[in-house]
Design a protein around this ligand. Structure first.
Ligand SMILES: C[S@@+](CC[C@H](N)C(=O)[O-])C[C@H]1O[C@@H](n2cnc3c(N)ncnc32)[C@H](O)[C@@H]1O
Length: 199
């Protein structure tokens, strides 16, 4: 087994042993340890939540006083402590459902969206970035000033432009690749802290 395969296997076994739905859960755990984007009592939206690993981590960090809503086009089994809806984030009506659930602006949006991949990287990269822009578009209505956001980014020709765009909206943006993210994958994460805009 190659080292990266061994590591992937390790995270899979850890997820199984610790009751997480996905290996991906460890990415958010790691990001949150480093950047504290989800604290106790936070209201959190998890976009592209299936099968629910990040939602579980968000619930753990937000605690009893916080609220977590997960959205995915795919079916997500219920996550105790979270409100899950099956919807497309690019669908206009989804905004009302988010606003209805929280009733006020929220602290953090975490976004691990992946389109159905075609195998053509430039196409997949462009589609993934455009999904992220779909989320950025609704931030003014849902994210409180000083709030945080995490975006998965399929790295490619539009990544720098996305970074610059986010940098205008947040005080600080960190680009990082968690240990739990496969070395061979070209995904990375942008951790955006201190939202400066609000609708
Ligand atoms: C890598 S998975 C997320 C894994 C999740 N963070 C976890 O820890 O279990 C990416 C998800 O994005 C979802 N997705 C893709 N396009 C979407 C869209 N337009 N609206 C909502 N979800 C979408 C996919 O269905 C998929 O479940």
């Amino acid at each position: 087994m190659r080292p990266h395969e061994a590591r992937r296997d390790l995270y899979r076994r850890m997820a199984h042993a610790q009751g997480y739905r996905s290996r991906a859960a460890y990415k958010l755990k790691e990001l949150n340890t480093a950047y504290r984007v989800i604290g106790a009592g936070f209201d959190v939206l998890d976009v592209g939540c299936a099968p629910g690993g990040w939602t579980q981590v968000a619930v753990q960090n937000a605690g009893n006083q916080g609220r977590v809503m997960g959205i995915d086009t795919a079916y997500t089994e219920e996550v105790p402590g979270a409100h899950i809806i099956r919807a497309d984030i690019t669908d206009e009506s989804v905004l009302d459902r988010i606003l209805e659930y929280f009733g006020k602006k929220i602290n953090t949006v975490v976004c691990d969206l992946s389109p159905r991949v075609t195998g053509n990287w430039s196409v997949d990269h462009a589609t993934q970035i455009s999904l992220n822009y779909g989320v950025v578009k609704i931030l003014p209505q849902i994210l409180a000033r000083k709030g945080h956001a995490v975006f998965k980014v399929f790295d490619g020709e539009y990544s720098a432009e996305f970074y610059t765009f986010m940098r205008k909206k947040f005080v600080k943006v960190k680009t990082t690749k968690p240990m739990a993210s496969r070395k061979t994958s070209s995904e990375m994460y942008m951790v955006c802290m201190g939202y400066t805009e609000s609708g």
